[in-house]
Design a protein around this ligand. Structure first.
Ligand code: AMP
Ligand code: MG
Length: 195
């Protein structure tokens, strides 16, 4: 391992289970003796947004785009300062805003983050739909199963663009009900393969 932190960007539409998967991945890596930091992009943006009187991370996407961009830039600057063998970044390829989809990883930002790997977590649209409906901790957007399917298709297109821009390989990993363990193992294996 060289001195630079290795950054893994993990994306997936809301309700796909990223946060759950990633906390388990962190535990597994630490059991293997790999120092791991988990950077939740939305949480770090919220720390900055508190200064704008925003108290809930689901209100960030309802801000003016320019304000979101400023918060996004500040969060990225904080994330590149995190030093750990592995830094896993839990974020989004696109944000559903009033003006349409806004990129979570515009070119300058992905160049700043310099990821070694890109991971897209997917799940069956019906499962995502139910997870969103049952998540009382969040103010999730409730959209139709067809719209969720379209967002998954869009994610596949966008992850390939991010790969071309950054030169990092990308992998699409399913996180279907009852397959959580496989999803975690898949991710740990990728991270361990070149650590
Ligand atoms: P999450 O907890 O992952 O659902 O993220 C909460 C919120 O943080 C999202 O709804 C977005 O408003 C914001 N967010 C997360 N990642 C990004 C990003 N890369 N660019 C812009 N906004 C982001
Ligand atoms: Mg999450």
């Amino acid at each position: 391992m060289d001195e630079k932190s290795k950054r893994i960007i993990v994306v997936g539409i809301p309700g796909v289970g990223k946060t759950t998967v990633l906390s388990e991945v962190k535990k597994s890596l630490e059991q293997l003796g790999v120092q791991t930091a988990l950077a939740e992009f939305g949480k770090i943006m919220l720390e900055e947004a508190l200064l704008l009187n925003i108290k809930n991370r689901d209100d960030i996407r309802r801000l003016q785009i320019q304000d979101q961009k400023n918060l996004q830039r500040k969060a990225a600057t904080k994330i590149v300062q995190i030093i750990s063998d592995i830094v896993i970044i839990d974020t989004h390829l696109f944000i559903n805003t009033f003006e349409g989809y806004y990129p979570g990883l515009p070119m300058e930002l992905i160049n700043q983050l310099e990821p070694s790997n890109l991971i897209l977590i997917v799940a069956k649209p019906e499962e995502i739909y139910h997870r969103r409906q049952n998540d009382s901790t969040r103010d999730r957007d409730i959209i139709s199963i067809d719209s969720i399917q379209n967002e998954i298709e869009l994610s596949k297109m966008l992850i390939s663009s991010c790969s071309v821009i950054s030169g990092a390989p990308f992998k699409i990993i399913p996180n279907d009900e009852n397959h959580l363990k496989e999803c975690i193992k898949n991710l740990v294996d990728i991270i361990m393969s070149n650590s």
